[in-house]
Design a protein around this ligand. Structure first.
Ligand code: PDD
Length: 276
């Protein structure tokens, strides 16, 4: 079941135009919601980010957010997915290829679907490996746009190196991972890059920062170096589909003895309690 604009279509009938600006320019925005027990997790925060991204890239939404919410809720119900993700993207619409915005009457194109996805409990427990790479993405990483080639190339390089993910850095300052935010723990205190234009303002990141505060774990939104990353006691990433993944190997060197650390485990447990 695919939602295109206001039509619910079987996958075999769903198609978009070759002139869609998302296809030519990556001229579109998106969100990935987590579905837990048939409900969208942190729904208002995802809508807020979608609205902000649309505003920043000067794209109008195809309908008021309440209408979009009604359609996505219907999609969720029709799909029958209880645990998984809901993906939604909106492009600037269909028009002949020309970089500047298309005529004002061009309708944005919305596409959405749900997929089953279980919680990746194995990796949450065992942790994952990562390599470090320069962050070659643009300077508006706070916007959730379809321009993902920088992340695609980074993730592929990790795959070719036999690693699970990549930790990006700009001029020696650690930013985030290919599709998740990064946190380090040193002497019981958590640090993560400030929510500026160099990282996506992750919703899981915000939840984890709140949980740290509620659990008496000092947490700092502060830039830190590759050196600090390598000296961290614990490293973990946060993201909608992954929740919290411990990173137990970086560039082939084990972090904190190669096991998920106590602060990471405490935050994982606290996160689990927020799942409806
Ligand atoms: N990725 N940083 C980047 C670059 C991301 O693409 C994502 C999400 C995050 C984590 O944000 P959140 O906690 O709101 O999921 C951080 C999504 C899931 C994706 O592109 O598939």
């Amino acid at each position: 079941m695919i939602l295109i604009d206001d039509r619910f279509l079987p996958e075999s009938e769903a198609s978009v135009s070759y002139m869609d600006r998302g296809y030519y320019f990556g001229d579109g925005i998106y969100e990935v919601f987590r579905i837990y027990n048939g409900q969208l997790y942190e729904k208002p925060a995802h809508y807020e980010r979608l609205i902000r991204t649309a505003r920043e890239v000067k794209m109008r939404l195809p309908a008021p957010i309440e209408t979009i919410d009604d359609r996505l809720t219907e999609l969720l119900e029709r799909s029958g997915v209880r645990n998984g993700i809901l993906y939604v993207q909106i492009t600037r619409g269909v028009a002949p290829r020309s970089h500047a915005f298309p005529p004002a009457e061009t309708k944005p194109v919305l596409l959405a679907y749900c997929n089953e996805l279980e919680r990746p409990v194995g990796k949450m427990q065992s942790g994952i490996s990562a390599i470090t790479l320069p962050d070659i993405r643009w300077l508006r990483c706070d916007l959730k746009t379809l321009n993902l080639l920088g992340s695609v190339l980074a993730k592929q390089e990790a795959a070719e190196a036999g690693a699970d993910d990549v930790i990006l850095h700009r001029d020696g300052i650690v930013t985030e991972c290919s599709a998740s935010n990064l946190m380090i723990v040193k002497d019981g205190e958590v640090s993560t890059h400030p929510a500026d234009h160099l990282i996506l303002h992750g919703i899981t990141r915000a939840v984890v920062l709140r949980l740290a505060e509620e659990n008496g774990i000092p947490a700092h939104e502060i830039a830190f170096s590759l050196e600090a990353l390598r000296q961290a006691d614990e490293v973990f990433l946060t993201g909608t589909t992954m929740e919290l993944f411990p990173i137990v190997t970086i560039d082939g060197v084990s972090v904190g003895g190669g096991q998920p650390g106590p602060v990471t485990r405490k935050l994982q447990a606290a996160f689990e309690k927020t799942i409806p």
